[in-house]
Design a protein around this ligand. Sequence first.
Ligand code: SF4
Length: 326
Amino acid sequence: MTDFQTTVGAPKRPVKRLEFHMSYVCNQDCVFCSESVRMRQYQKHPLSYKEMIETVTRKRREGCEHITFVGGEPTVHPDFLKLLSASKRLGYATLLITNGVKLSEEAFSAKALPLLDEIVLSVHGSNSKVHDDLAQAPGSFEKLWKALELIEKSEKKPFVLTNTVVTQKNFGDLEKTIDVLTRRPAVRHCLISNLAPDGNALSRYLEQVVKIEELGRLAPRLVNLGQRRGKIIRFFGIPLCSLGEAWESSNDLYWDSRTNVERATSHGQVALEDTWNYTPQRMRFFPDVCASCPVREKKCWGVFRAYHKHFGESELRVWEASLSHF
Ligand code: SF4
């Protein structure tokens, strides 16, 4: 098997999760934004409500039960609330991935929160200095915290996850970030993401990326911190062997197949394209050391290709421990 894992045009088998890339604009400018290239390419081609409602209706008919609104920043689309409401009426479980800026507005939150089952908040640090610098948006941390307060006060309590993309600028603050997040009553799950080499993250990769062995060394402490507070900690984009005793917190072990709908260009025409992902291996591959590894393609989906290009495979080890309870 190669690292190619996206099917364009027709599914190999039905999937229940839809990731709908509904916005190509954002109200922040994160230095590691993996979507920056696609946003520049398609910001002049915003999705119409007609395209959006046709997509979510068609995908529901195809068997999707869960919708993730992805951007850019989905909440800045003028028809976000209308689409969210329509998706709920169609019977979807709803998940919003957001920087929290719009959710800090009371009027917006009052309409959106009752319709959201899950929210992923992007949190770059434990304080405004770290977070706002990475978001390149002064005041964004304060707004994020205000959004969390509104979620905590809301009648319906959506399941709140946070996602922290690790860079050289926030790695020193990561333990503190997880500490402050796991103290918040609304936050149930913290995802810690290895830098995905795409967009801004790829163009400035070496000045941002953190070595996976450093992340792996810190991982057990973060997992313990979460466990003490009854919160789930997961790691995205990190090989199983780099996580050491924190391996059970690898997001690869919990990943679900999904279909994406996003802008693409075909024969010079900008349209919406369906793709299907059956593994979490996007942009990752198995270098030579993985050849005899028993967890390859089962519990581990390898290392980012761009990471391997710069750092090789000396940090990877063939897996020897038992995974019998998984
Ligand atoms: S050796 Fe390769 S397949 Fe095995 S755990 Fe490490 S990265 Fe994953």
